[in-house]
Write a protein that binds this ligand. Structure first.
Ligand code: ADP
Length: 203
């Protein structure tokens, strides 16, 4: 059981280039919850050359996954902060079934559970073309063709199976990710509202 007063506990999942980062920020804002993006946390630490950043830089640049225990610790610390007490939107975590088990343990310990898992569905060709565009615009060091291919392969092998786990719990909303940002946003909002989740900001 989750507490009656909470806002929304969400996870957004989709292949690289599905637009989940952009949509995640907008949905989190609408539902009044913080975004917890492991990719962003790792990148900020790499940039600031913190001990965590130094540890994970080579792993991220190669497109490999940071070890589960380390990643889960980062997320637990973040979710323990006050602003995540009533809700949050996870982006990029959990990314494999081991991390699902870690998250379950943490949330169960707090008497909480996820309300919805938003799966952004985008065809392979579309996500690849969006990624190469992002590579030109943002210059992410892990956006080379070779590393993108590895990240997509890891997504299929390790991340896609977590959808089945959550689908069994009846909390997955599969959203067509092709369309304008506003169109996709409206589809997600409609799906979450159909679950009884309430927007805090409607602008
Ligand atoms: P993308 O989904 O486009 O690959 P992210 O910003 O989500 O990008 O993640 C970038 C990198 O950060 C990943 O390739 C991986 O090295 C690391 N990372 C992010 N989230 C996780 C996670 N949950 N577990 C392990 N590594 C992660």
């Amino acid at each position: 059981m989750t507490s009656a007063a909470h806002t929304a506990r969400l996870l957004i999942v989709g292949p690289q280039g599905s637009g989940k980062g952009t949509q995640g920020v907008r949905i989190a804002e609408s539902f009044g919850v913080p975004v917890v993006s492991t990719g962003d946390v790792f990148r900020a630490n790499v940039k600031d050359q913190t001990p965590l950043g130094v540890k994970v830089k080579a792993i991220i640049d190669a497109g490999d996954l940071v070890p589960d225990e380390l990643t889960s610790e980062v997320v637990r610390d973040r979710l323990a902060q006050d602003d995540a007490a009533e809700g949050f939107l996870l982006d990029g975590y959990p990314r494999n079934t081991g991390q699902v088990a870690h998250l379950d343990e943490f949330l169960t310990g707090r008497g909480e559970s996820l309300d919805a898992v938003i799966l952004l569905d985008v065809p392979r060709e579309e996500s690849i073309s969006r990624l190469s565009q992002r590579a030109q615009e943002q210059g992410r060091t892990d956006d080379t063709d070779e590393v993108i291919a590895k990240r997509l392969e890891i997504y299929e092998r390790e991340t896609a199976p977590i959808i089945d786990v959550y689908a069994e719990r009846g909390i997955v909303d599969t959203i067509d990710g092709v369309g304008s940002l506003d169109e996709v946003n409206a589809r997600i909002v409609a799906a979450l509202e159909a679950r009884g989740l309430v927007r805090q900001v409607t602008a």
